[in-house]
Ligand binder design. Structure first.
Ligand code: ATP
Ligand code: MG
Length: 567
């Protein structure tokens, strides 16, 4: 490719609406252009990167035995009604109606469509396992599209769906996908972690996410400092305190706590540590009646874990203050578990307290020296709180550290949820009709490009890993106004590299060296060869790696160029 024929539009200005480095650099380097909220065009330079990511993903999926197909992005509503997700997906799903008044959506994901196809084609367990994948455009009407292609409304996903006669077969393919994803992110060359995850709306049992570690990440991860454990904070379990609950020391007592609403105000007023207080939150139960969740004053409720409790409505629904007052006779801030005629579920850290303080269910009143089993029943205990930095890892591998990550992949064991809802059946070895087990596996192909830049950038611009750079090598002739020698030699070298299958670009724009180099550094080409008259006089070229501080001289031969760019 010659840059004289390949439009690149770079900019020195940092775009005002781009908060994070990848979004800024993708705009400045001209990789993407915004069309509308959450909608981006991949410009030629960006598309080359996106295509290289796709190639790696495709190769590794095929290596792991998955087979590519391509499903439509527009999907009929009837399929989503069968699975029950037409109403459940909510406003994230972009719905539309055709000229015959039939409802459709722009697919946010493809479980329904793939199930529709396999229920027609699959007859026997002998056709299993099978794993289909596609690389295809999705649309999700995100509430807050931001960070460019990191959280856009239209984006490119690799999604795969596997079907199995039994759970061990699903487990084997799940592990093969886990391995394939690991290879993909290793090949791309990003620093990533595989973390235990919540399955979210999609449902199913086991699920893990792949996260690129970066401060701009929207997710918080709990990672064992010296061990294997890693989980999305949303899903991270916490251990009960090791020490046994102390014996009660004093009799329960009601005290006035005027104007104290928060734990901080209450604990200050009472002269207690927040760790000796409990918070009581009123939420809706699955039976549409309120119930109380109790956690220690210094802890925060993990809404996702709480909503998994069999009594708690999913998604977690807090009741408002007037409903709270009607239920317990006090406003927020004075609610407590003593004497409540509601089910009470207590986090294990709060259950380990003795002589704690809590709301008295009367405005401006608290109770102190409250003890489980004496002043109120022994609690029903659950894991309700959010893990914190320094907490012991639930696998016993020492303390966890909280780090930020960008979710670039997510793998799920769905079980029979969709094959039952969509009535996918096969005949098993005994001739019985059974619903196959299903797995699904997603990779955010377009998000990977942005995530990679978050890790691979410096003050001059992007520093692409060789694996996905738009061009591997740029040949830059300089001093073209005075002499034709540099462009001639540069063209020879360019053609010689092309012949060897190297992803090379010739910067024949005839710009001033400073301008040319700044562009090449901003767009992050890993290797630069400068061809100038002065060097040619001494039969040398100048080589610089994008991530090196200085340039070096190399011999003016194709072999020397090949050696330099292969390091
Ligand atoms: P998130 O939690 O970031 O909203 P998700 O869990 O809803 O993502 P999945 O349904 O697991 O996403 O989709 C598979 C992959 O698609 C994700 O791991 C992510 O890399 C990518 N992805 C999801 N939503 C977006 C988006 N709005 N823009 C770009 N990529 C996305
Ligand atoms: Mg996900």
């Amino acid at each position: 490719m010659r840059l004289s024929q390949f439009p690149i539009t770079t900019s020195k200005e940092t775009p005002a609406d781009a908060e994070i480095i990848s979004h800024q650099l993708m705009l400045r380097a001209g990789l993407i252009r915004r069309l509308s909220s959450g909608l981006f065009t991949w410009m030629p330079l960006g598309l080359r990167v996106l295509q290289r990511v796709q190639t790696i993903v495709r190769e590794e999926m095929e290596r792991a035995g998955a087979v590519e197909l391509l499903m439509p992005s527009i999907q009929p509503a009837e399929l989503w009604e069968e699975s029950g997700r037409w109403s459940k997906m909510g406003p994230q799903m972009l719905k539309m109606r055709d000229r015959h008044d039939r409802d459709f959506c722009y697919g946010p994901t493809h479980e329904e469509v793939i199930c529709h196809h396999v229920r027609q084609d699959l007859k026997s367990y002998k056709q299993l396992p099978v794993n289909y994948f596609q690389i295809q455009t999705k649309f999700r009407d995100e509430i807050r599209p931001r960070f460019g292609v990191m959280r856009s409304r239209e984006f490119l996903m690799k999604d795969a769906y596997s079907f199995h006669i039994d759970q061990p077969s699903l487990e084997a393919t799940y592990l093969a996908m886990r391995e394939a994803y690991t290879r993909i992110f290793d090949r791309i060359g990003v620093d990533f972690r595989v973390v235990q995850a919540d399955s979210g709306d999609i449902g199913g049992s086991r699920s893990e996410e792949f996260h690129v570690l970066a401060n701009a990440g929207e997710d918080e991860l709990a990672v064992a400092r010296d061990g294997q454990f890693a989980a999305n904070v949303e899903a991270a379990a916490t251990l009960p305190p090791e020490a046994a609950r102390p014996a009660p020391a004093s009799a329960m007592q009601q005290v006035e706590t005027p104007h104290c609403k928060t734990i901080e105000q209450v604990s200050n007023h009472l002269g207690l540590s927040p760790k000796q207080c409990v918070k009581t939150l009123l939420v809706m139960g699955r039976n549409d009646k309120p119930l109380a969740l109790v956690i220690r004053g210094d802890h925060t409720l993990n809404e996702i874990k709480a909503a998994k409790h069999p009594l708690v409505r999913d998604p977690l629904t807090l009741i408002d203050e007037s409903a709270a007052r009607a239920t317990v006779g006090a406003g927020f801030g004075s609610v407590g578990p003593v004497g409540l005629s509601l089910p009470v579920i207590v986090d294990h850290a709060a259950a380990a307290l003795a002589d704690f303080a809590c709301g008295a269910n009367a405005d401006g009143m608290h109770l102190i020296h409250v003890n489980w089993g004496r002043d109120l029943p022994e609690p029903e205990v659950a894991d309700l709180r959010t893990i914190r930095d320094g907490d012991p890892s639930p696998t016993g591998e020492g303390p966890v550290q909280l780090v930020r990550g960008i979710e670039v992949g997510h793998i799920f064991q769905l079980g029979r949820k969709y094959t039952e809802a969509m009535n996918v059946t096969v005949l098993d070895a005994d001739g019985r009709e059974v619903h196959p087990e299903m797995g699904c596996y997603g990779i955010g192909v377009s998000r990977i490009v942005a995530a990679c830049i978050e890790q691979c950038a410096d003050d001059k611009g992007i520093v692409w890993p060789a694996s996905i750079a738009p061009f591997s090598v740029v040949i830059a002739p300089i001093g073209g106004k005075k002499s034709d020698r540099p462009i001639h030699r540069a063209t020879e070298l360019y053609e010689a590299l092309l012949e060897r299958g190297i992803n090379v670009v010739l910067d024949d724009r005839n710009l001033r060296p400073g301008v040319m180099f700044a562009d090449q550094e901003l767009i992050g080409i890993p290797h630069r060869i400068v061809v100038g008259d002065r060097g040619l006089d001494r039969d040398v070229l100048e080589y610089k790696a994008r991530d090196a501080a200085d340039a070096t001289e190399i011999a003016n031969t194709i072999d020397a160029v090949l050696a330099a760019i292969s390091d």
